[in-house]
Design a protein around this ligand. Structure first.
Ligand code: AMP
Ligand code: MG
Length: 484
């Protein structure tokens, strides 16, 4: 790999230089060939599974790699933890892809670091496969996300409630800058380090802000808001529940990061929660926008000293931008649902139609993905139109009436809807079955079959129908766990 590292040139307050702990018998389980192409990994390496397993387990440190564990803090479920950091991850370095875009290459499960806080630094194969499948699905769905290049099994057990096979996942991210990174530095009251971090972030993700001089830190908040709004609206478009939207899991680049306890919503209900530790429903499907705003408020607090030496003045400058979040989100959200319903241009009066359709879905416990897929297909099929009309009743008629007021014909409307309504999502019961098969067999055959379908989520392939079924029990007892 062609490393060109930048983060490691920052002061050592931002990280620890530390190497992965070698593992006994690394074996490549999952490999992402198209991502490998994009990252221009050499043919020599790509064609040698043993070398790949050595490199992406951390047993062999590739030339140019300068492994570090990054420092960060974070609010976990609303409670501030001043030091978290990569307790089981190593940032191998950064590479430029074929388009000149910079990516972090990070191993997760690669051994303890100074941030491990008593943890073993390891990862079980289940969570590693989950991150690979879910991030690949999200990427194909068009949702901004970190990706996975490889999953390597370690040949070593990890000790959780039971003994589980261990694995290391290679995460590829636009960066690992998190709101928690800013919180870590801000908590140290180190003005210079804070400025360094902000300038680094602007250079890496928002270089256009550099021209804005002293206003660039306010600009940074505004840009992060825009990306988070885009991200969360897109999560809600496909029914994604992140599950652990702590500030350390909120990326400055606006990518989905950390697939620990995530899940997909089946029946439409904004209160849906699957994470076993989210007993209060803080991170429920419908709470995600509010939490994104809360998280950005924590970022803004960190930046106050750079915005104005007078804290009150800084708050006066930033406050209105944060306060605008709900309106900005609502607009993005309504436009997004509008497109799922085939509205070529959203008008304020459409809110009523949108709310009545969503309420209907909730009241009748209807599957979110299936219903929007049916609505899409109903434009070209009378049989399906009457099927969905049976369920939605007068909402269906209102929707049809609204569509008839548009100039666009059914074909054009259907194309628009198709682009926003997947035919298949990584449903929880299929994800779990595939993970279990990987755990038990040590082979990735089922995962590869599943991935093939998930990589074309807007098309019906030969095998798509194997994965479209909603869960028999409506996922009533389904629970996810943080992959620790
Ligand atoms: P996560 O739930 O993956 O966002 O992790 C939260 C924090 O716990 C991060 O600082 C992780 O590095 C740390 N952590 C999670 N699992 C482990 C582990 N097995 N060993 C050491 N640290 C861990
Ligand atoms: Mg995390």
């Amino acid at each position: 790999m062609n490393f060109s590292n930048t983060y490691v040139w920052l002061d050592e307050v931002f990280y620890e230089k530390t190497r992965p702990t070698p593992v006994q018998a690394p074996q490549l389980l999952l490999w992402n060939s198209s991502l490998a192409e994009q990252l221009m990994i050499s043919n020599e390496l790509k064609q040698d599974p043993v070398a790949l397993a050595q490199a992406f387990s951390g047993n062999h440190i590739m030339p140019g790699s300068e492994p570090i564990a990054t420092a960060y803090a974070g609010h976990q479920f609303g409670h501030f933890v001043p030091q978290l950091g990569d307790g089981r991850a190593h940032l191998l370095g950064e590479v430029l892809d074929q388009f000149g875009q910079r990516f972090d290459i990070q191993l997760k499960g690669s051994g303890p670091t100074m941030y491990s806080r008593g943890g073993d630094g390891r990862c079980a194969v289940g969570p590693a496969v989950r991150e690979f499948i879910m991030s690949e699905a999200m990427n194909a769905l068009g949702v901004p996300t970190t990706r996975c290049l490889a999953v390597v099994t370690t040949g070593e057990p990890v000790f959780r409630e039971s003994l589980l096979p261990g694995a290391i996942v290679t995460r590829v991210a636009s960066s690992h800058l998190r709101i928690g990174t800013f919180q870590f530095i801000a908590a140290r009251d180190d003005h210079q380090a804070l400025k360094t971090l902000c300038d680094y972030t602007i250079e890496r993700h928002y270089p256009e802000l550099k021209e804005e001089g002293p206003n660039q830190y306010i600009g940074l908040i505004d840009k992060v808001i825009a990306r988070q709004i885009h991200l969360v609206a897109d999560w809600m478009r496909v029914g994604f529940i992140h599950g652990v939207m702590n500030t350390d899991n909120t990326s400055l680049s606006g990518e989905t990061i950390d697939y620990g306890p995530c899940a997909m919503m089946g029946n439409y209900d904004p209160q849906t929660v699957y994470s076993s530790i989210d007993t209060m429903g803080r991170y429920a499907f419908g709470n995600q926008p509010e939490i994104a705003q809360w998280n950005i408020s924590r970022l803004a607090e960190c930046l106050l000293p750079l915005i104005n030496a007078d804290t009150n003045k800084a708050i006066d400058q930033v406050g209105p931008i944060i306060a605008e979040f709900p309106n900005r989100f609502k607009q993005a959200y309504m436009e997004m649902i509008g497109k799922k319903l085939g509205l070529t241009s959203f008008q304020q009066k459409d809110q009523k139609l949108i709310f009545s359709i969503l309420n209907r879905l909730k009241e009748k416990s209807m599957d979110y993905t299936v219903t929007f897929d049916l609505l899409t297909k109903s434009l070209m099929s009378e049989a399906l139109a009457s099927e969905v009309k049976n369920e939605l009743e007068e909402c269906f008629d209102l929707w049809q009436k609204r569509l008839s007021e548009q100039r666009a014909g059914p074909r054009e409307v259907q194309d628009l809807m198709r682009r926003h309504n997947p035919v298949v999502i990584p449903r929880n019961h299929h994800v779990e079955a595939v993970i279990q098969a990987c755990e038990h067999t040590g082979k990735a055959t089922l995962a590869e079959n599943f991935l093939q379908v998930l990589r074309s989520p807007y098309e019906e392939l030969a095998d798509t129908s194997l994965y479209q079924d909603p869960p028999g029990d409506g996922d009533e007892d389904y629970q996810t766990f943080c992959g620790t």
